[in-house]
Design a protein around this ligand. Structure first.
Ligand code: ADP
Length: 167
């Protein structure tokens, strides 16, 4: 594994400490970890793909030399092939993630049998954290500093101040 490229795809709207834990652990397993921020114009997000990439970059760009952060649109398996990645990393929190994640993994395997999905179990103190919980709290001006990196907290506070996220 230490010689290969892995992709960690997701919406990251926004990056949480749970995502951060997966990035940290996956970065130690692979030569290169590409964090791929999904750009789906049909999905409403608080942060633009560029903002999401910049926030992850700010947190991890200088921490790990082998972590790249990019945005991508289109099929994940096409992107993985383009980057010559054999592994897609995903995080598993509770049973509630299992159905969706295995469905995705099986579909990706059908589309690209040479690519494996690797699940990392969430750290127990991160297993309740999700981007949607973060957004719900931020919508009402609540404090998310314990569950997101400082740069994300600042960016959420700014969106709230500008009235760009409202309850
Ligand atoms: P997506 O829209 O692709 O599910 P997310 O940004 O919500 O994007 O999640 C990306 C991946 O990170 C998913 O595999 C998800 O299960 C995982 N993940 C999200 N939050 C956590 C967490 N707190 N701990 C571990 N994994 C997580």
């Amino acid at each position: 594994m230490s010689q290969s490229v892995a992709i960690y795809p997701g919406s990251f709207d926004p990056l949480t400490n749970g995502h951060g834990d997966i990035i940290t652990r996956a970065a130690s397993l692979f030569k290169t970890l590409v964090v791929a921020v999904a750009h789906n114009p049909n999905k409403k997000t608080i942060f633009t793909p560029e903002e999401r990439v910049a926030l992850i970059q700010e947190e991890f760009g200088s921490k790990f030399e082998n972590v790249e952060v990019v945005s991508h649109s289109g099929l994940l398996v096409d992107f993985a092939r383009e980057r010559k990645a054999r592994v897609v990393v995903r995080g598993l929190r509770a049973v509630s993630d299992y159905d969706y994640e295995t469905q995705l993994a099986l579909m990706n395997r059908r589309l690209a049998p040479e690519i494996e999905t690797l699940f990392l179990a969430a750290r127990e103190d991160c297993s309740y954290i999700s981007s949607s919980v973060v957004k719900q709290i931020a919508t009402f001006g609540g404090d998310v500093s314990a569950i997101v990196p400082p740069a994300v907290k600042r960016a959420l506070d700014e969106k709230y101040r500008l009235g760009l996220i409202k309850g």
